[in-house]
Design a binder for this molecule. Structure first.
Ligand code: 48F
Length: 258
């Protein structure tokens, strides 16, 4: 069989076009393909919720690839190890309560399982704004990361979601946009972003699960973003909290959606 280059181009354009069109009206839109966002997306897709995840970068995985200071090993605790077992991520015991995983295995396995569960991941797309109606977040404004990087004056497009999840990690980008532009009061003590606190693995890991919840109508936070919104500490290269946080928010959303 002779290969036709134009046929290859046509196949890619038609298929991506269909995928993008299908992602313009969904149950849940997640922003950020770090560990928390992907795990949240996995459980939502597995429950049959139409879910799309937008990732700014070329690669998924966020801060997990690099482990600690580029030593590509990560640590999880007992509870999160069970979720790694469920995904098929290999772990080894370091000491009681401390399990190690190869970060490359963790990212690639979680990504693969999530996509196979039905999660649509669109990389190279940055979320630059939200859509708000009647004080409820109901969609996202997206543009190519390359447009953002080049500083080109090109308008974005908009997609609709019943629920949006901010899983953008430390910068908590979606929550900050809502605070800055919408006039909506966040469900924090002050009604505003509380900001992330300095390193404390114990408290950070406990708080991240507690803080993973609805930030305002239509918008949830999971992963490090949850501590940035509600004022919890960072925790460094221990990832149990991220995993449990993604799962918790998925469960809350599944209960809420019809
Ligand atoms: O930072 P990230 O891995 O967030 P996470 O899932 O995990 C945090 C840990 O990696 C680590 C930690 C562990 O203790 O604290 O930092 O909470 O992944 C966030 C992803 O969101 C993408 C970003 O490129 C990254 O891959 N992202 C951020 N802002 C946007 C975005 C945006 N506006 N649009 C699209 N993607």
């Amino acid at each position: 069989m002779k290969l036709d280059e134009v046929k290859i181009s046509r196949a890619i354009i038609e298929s991506y076009n269909d995928k993008l069109l299908d992602c313009l009206d969904v149950d849940v839109a997640i922003v950020g393909a770090g560990p928390a966002g992907m795990i949240c997306g996995y459980y939502l897709a597995k429950a049959g919720k139409k879910t799309v995840l937008f990732e700014r970068k070329l690669s998924v995985g966020g801060g997990m690839w690099g482990g600690g200071i580029m030593f590509n090993e990560i640590v999880v605790q007992e509870e999160a190890k069970k979720i790694f077992d469920e995904f098929g991520v290999k772990t080894k015991k370091y000491e009681k309560g401390y399990y190690l995983a190869d970060s490359v295995d963790a990212v690639s396995t979680i990504c693969s399982r999530s996509v196979h569960a039905g999660l649509k991941i669109l990389n190279l797309l940055s979320v630059e704004d939200v859509m708000v109606r009647a004080k409820r977040v109901c969609g996202l404004v997206i543009n190519w990361t390359s447009v953002e990087m080049a500083g080109l004056h090109i308008d974005p497009i908009t997609m609709r979601a019943k629920i949006v999840v901010d899983a953008t990690g430390h910068p908590a980008e979606v929550a900050r946009i809502v605070e800055r532009k919408s006039g909506i009061r966040l469900n924090t003590r002050t009604g505003k972003m509380m900001g992330e606190q300095s390193m404390c693995a114990q408290v950070g890991e406990e708080m991240i699960v507690k803080n993973s919840k609805e930030i305002c109508s239509g918008l949830y936070a999971c992963g490090m973003c949850a501590n940035a919104v509600f004022g919890g500490p960072r925790m460094g290269p221990i990832f149990g909290g991220m995993v449990l946080s993604g799962k918790k928010v998925a469960r809350q959303i599944i209960k809420k959606l019809p």
